[in-house]
Ligand binder design. Structure first.
Ligand SMILES: Cc1cc2nc3c(=O)[nH]c(=O)nc-3n(C[C@H](O)[C@H](O)[C@H](O)COP(=O)(O)OP(=O)(O)OC[C@H]3O[C@@H](n4cnc5c(N)ncnc54)[C@H](O)[C@@H]3O)c2cc1C
Length: 500
């Protein structure tokens, strides 16, 4: 944006539409010089506070809580009418290691194992400092949430080497955080999208511009600004800019996930990480809607995955973010999960998300594979052949076609599909989150492309890149929001106030 541009100009008001392409490539590549891009200081702040937090999802709420608990005055801006973002509608799984719940269940886990699993999943493309930061702060975050009243309903196996996905009710968790933020005096303003970061002559972030009630307001931040605006699953231009054709994949994220903060951070010269690892997730039922999604995920507990031609095409033991690469290449991007009466109750209890009655409501049930194929409209011979070959592989303990060696996380014994009734349920890929963005250090301070901190600027949650590398362990995105949110708030509050 040019320095001559007037506040409230049409360009500014069209920020959300324009930024994906406007600020796009130059800033993403880190070429855009930070100072030249700086938003001129307003003549007068409309409001001033210690810490301004952008985005009232899990990351922003926890940042606001920690900053306020440390004695800072906090304004929390939320672009949409409702708080919560994707955090409130997510699966609620959070990866923690070494918890009392795991111990109760005899699960041995440690920070060291969690670190190793992160690196393995991310193919060692993760930023070690960010992984270490997650690992070092996760248990404290678990305990803090518990103290606030969050209950962990179960701990289940995810993509890591031991069960460590701690299941929460995400809407309840967000309500608890909001209550705590209110108690601590955080001033939350909904329908108030931040549009620009404001820097002073030294390049320190000293405030934001935001839209409120049709007007632009400048809010000064004496100590710091925390960007926690989530991902950009609902910004088709930006999705396509980073991955050709990606905008066609259905988004299940909250409506406010348009990448506003991602773009602001890119414009500041932040080191944007993990962009090539942008991935969809598998699997959702085609009739799923954001907030009312119907996950399928029965492959986690033993289903095979076939395409419209009735053929297997992938190792079903891969993670939910590695499977889409294969599923999206199938005819019409459609796949079917096929299982039997032994796997069905496992799916209903362990794969998270699905209930026995849902299997019958959303899936197809039949007493024979011929009947199942006919009802689903897939070739019966191909389906029967796929199941027969797979059953042979289970007996032989080796899958020469795709190398499946276990259930989710490559853990657990494969199960033959041979006990009627049989089930088939359609599963498609969806974008739940974008998981790439700005690199931060152990204090959640944003780093620029030269590894220098950008003064006054903190970030948390889905707007961060670098933690996951080229892979993803389910439960670490919500975890990342909460863990880095806490850190960002705490450290922003501890930052020396800018000079007048
Ligand atoms: C359906 C679904 C299931 C998922 N399941 C899991 C799971 O089980 N486990 C897991 O780890 N992860 C899961 N995820 C991902 C996870 O929920 C998110 O990555 C995480 O919650 C993001 O938290 P956040 O605080 O960074 O962003 P969000 O919770 O999305 O919050 C960001 C907020 O910022 C607001 N905002 C955006 N722009 C602006 C602006 N300009 N000004 C002010 N506010 C703004 C948004 O409206 C939003 O309220 C899932 C995601 C989805 C969609």
């Amino acid at each position: 944006m040019s320095q001559k541009e007037k506040p409230g100009s049409p360009d500014r008001r069209n920020f959300m539409k324009a930024t994906a392409t406007g600020a796009g490539i130059l800033a993403l590549s880190g070429i855009a010089p930070r100072l030249a891009d700086a938003q001129a200081l307003p003549a007068k702040w409309g409001a001033e506070t210690d810490v301004v937090v952008l985005g009232a999802g899990g990351g922003g709420l926890f940042a606001a809580i920690e900053a306020a608990a440390a004695g800072a005055k906090v304004i929390l801006l939320e672009s949409t009418p409702a708080i919560g973002g994707s955090s409130a509608i997510c699966g609620g799984d959070i990866v923690f290691a070494g918890t009392d719940l795991q111990k109760e269940k005899g699960i041995e886990d440690s920070n060291k194992l969690l670190y190793a699993d992160f690196m393995k999943a991310g193919k060692s493309r993760n930023v070690p400092e960010m992984v270490q930061t997650y690992v070092d702060n996760q248990l404290e975050t678990y305990e803090h949430l518990k103290k606030l009243g969050v209950t962990y309903k179960a701990v289940v196996q995810g993509e890591g080497s031991v069960p460590r996905s701690h299941r929460t009710n995400p809407a309840e968790l967000i309500a608890i955080l909001k209550k705590e933020a209110d108690r601590l005096g955080v001033r939350t303003r909904v329908e108030s999208p931040a549009t620009r970061l404001v820097t002073n002559a030294e390049g320190r972030v000293v405030g934001v511009l935001a839209a409120q009630g049709g007007k632009e307001i400048a809010i000064g931040a004496r100590r710091g600004v925390v960007v926690a605006t989530g991902g950009f699953s609902n910004n088709p231009e930006l999705l396509d800019e980073l991955k050709v054709g990606f905008s066609k994949v259905r988004s299940m994220a909250a409506p406010g996930c348009r990448g506003d903060g991602f773009i602001m951070l890119a414009k500041m010269g932040a080191h944007m990480r993990d962009l090539p690892s942008l991935k969809a997730s598998f699997s959702q039922h085609p009739k799923s809607k954001p907030g009312k999604r119907q996950p399928v995920n029965t492959y986690r507990v033993g289903s095979i995955i076939i395409n419209k031609h009735g053929k297997r095409f992938v190792n079903e033991g891969l993670g939910h973010k590695d499977l889409p690469e294969f599923v999206l290449k199938q005819p019409d991007g459609i796949s079917y999960e096929v299982f039997d009466s032994k796997i069905a109750p496992q799916a209903a209890t362990k794969s998270m998300m699905i209930k026995q009655e849902d299997l019958e409501l959303w899936g197809i049930k039949a007493d024979t594979l011929d009947e199942l194929a006919a009802k689903a409209g897939v070739p019966a011979d191909a389906l029967k052949d796929s199941v027969a070959r797979y059953n042979q592989y289970v007996d032989a303990g080796k899958d020469p076609d795709f190398g499946r060696d276990g259930l989710i996380g490559h853990v657990g014994k494969l199960i033959k599909i041979d006990a009627p009734p049989f089930y088939l349920i359609e599963g498609i890929c969806a974008i739940l989150g974008t998981y790439c963005g700005a690199q931060v250090n152990g204090k959640a301070q944003v780093l620029d492309v030269y590894g220098q901190t950008i003064p006054g600027l903190y970030a948390a949650g889905e707007v961060l890149g670098g933690l996951h590398g080229d892979g993803y362990i389910g439960g670490t995105a919500f975890g990342k929001a909460l863990i880095f949110g806490r850190l960002a708030g705490k450290n922003a509050a501890a930052t020396a106030a800018k000079k007048k």
